[in-house]
Design a protein around this ligand. Structure first.
Ligand SMILES: *Cc1c(COP(=O)(O)O)cnc(C)c1O
Length: 360
């Protein structure tokens, strides 16, 4: 059986080892005589999976006891609302850095909750770069500053996070969490939908500093209050058990690769293969992101004409490459090369790009 050359943006490729383990345990999970999906979420067997996933994430990102790790539902999109509902108090302002479509959506939801301010934006530059952010622009009594660490649609990524802030830093890391080591101390809340770099869709990881938990009002709907999930170890209601199980297998796979340090090296190698081909093509391929803001997760580019782009995408499809069309809102091409996309598949794509250019 041959596996597809999968460059989907999300849901995206998963490590084959994790899928194989899930396959081998599907009918009889560790001697229980049933699949993990059929276990009670209150059982010891499931609880072990749940807590192992939390422990792996804590260890991979060196998350200290100052933070809680939660597994929620509703996707990163629900966090666009939960973050301001829990953290933005009356009289305060929440600051947003606009670096793409997902930042815009996060801001849109915050506006429904309270006062907001845009602290930096690259919208006028078609979101080609991560704009400079002056920490002095953020008032010291602000509720928080929100950033999107990787812009999945435009293919840009923060390579240096804002420092010198007096207020909590919140980051949507849906498309680059665990792509490299992180200094957790810089962040107060991180959230990520799982379906890009962590596992299947249906689980959302939230890492929140404990001292932020006092802000949530008791009047919030129970399910939308972070404290509910903290107090119940993300087991207040039925969690997405199969998703969390697969997430734990993906985290084990990262540990086996040598952790995030090792993953970062491979990611840099993969990204370099494609950006080198773009740079060496003399304008045949043109990258959307400015070089200083290029993402190691989503490589976005166009060809010289609509016709050339169409021809590239159709020949790539014929050659077995999946998911290379750009987001429907921007067009062009996008190769999503998350952690689980093998180096070999990226080498094959770079080679395909080279050959297409020579033959076109
Ligand atoms: C995919 C994505 C989202 C949306 O995630 P859902 O889980 O579908 O709600 C939000 N932010 C970023 C950066 C994304 O890449």
């Amino acid at each position: 059986m041959s596996r597809a050359l999968n460059f989907n943006a999300g849901p995206a490729a998963l490590p084959e080892a994790a899928l194989k383990q899930a396959q081998s345990e599907l009918l009889n999970f560790r001697g229980t005589g049933m699949s993990v999906m059929e276990l009670s979420h209150r059982s010891k067997d499931y609880e072990a999976v749940h807590n192992a996933a939390i422990a792996s994430l804590r260890s991979l990102l060196s998350i200290s006891d100052d933070y809680e790790v939660l597994f929620l539902q509703g996707g990163a999109s629900l966090q666009f609302s939960m973050v301001p509902m829990n953290l933005l108090q009356a009289g305060q302002t929440a600051y947003y850095a606009l670096t793409g479509a997902w930042s815009e959506k996060a801001l849109k939801e915050a506006k429904k909750v309270g006062k907001t301010e845009i602290v930096s934006s690259s919208k006028d530059n078609q979101y080609k770069n991560i704009p400079a952010l002056d920490p002095a622009m953020v008032a010291n009594n602000a509720a928080y500053l929100h950033i999107t660490s990787n812009n999945t649609i435009y293919g840009t990524q923060w390579h240096k996070f804002p420092t010198g802030l007096q207020v909590p830093l919140v980051a949507d890391m849906s498309s680059d969490i665990l792509c490299k080591p992180l200094n957790m101390d810089q962040f107060d809340l991180i959230y990520a939908g799982a379906q890009k770099n962590l596992g299947p869709s249906g689980v959302t990881v939230v890492i929140i500093k404990k001292d932020l938990l006092t802000r949530s009002s008791d009047d919030l709907p129970t399910m939308l209050n972070y404290n509910t999930h903290v107090k119940n170890n993300s087991l207040y209601n039925t969690p997405p058990t199969f998703g969390i199980y697969l997430l734990s297998l993906v985290l084990e796979w990262i540990e086996e690769q040598g952790g995030v340090q090792a993953i970062e090296k491979i990611n840099e190698q993969k990204a370099k293969l494609l950006y080198d081909e773009i740079d060496e093509s003399n304008g045949f391929y043109s990258g959307h992101a400015t070089p200083d803001s290029r993402s190691t997760m989503n490589v976005t580019f166009t060809l010289q004409s609509e016709e050339a782009t169409k021809s590239f995408l159709s020949q790539a499809k014929e050659a077995g490459f999946v998911g290379l069309a750009g987001h429907r809102s921007v067009g062009g091409c996008r190769a999503s090369i998350y952690n689980a996309v093998p180096l070999e598949n990226v080498e094959r794509l770079a080679q395909f790009m080279r050959e297409f250019r020579k033959n076109y």
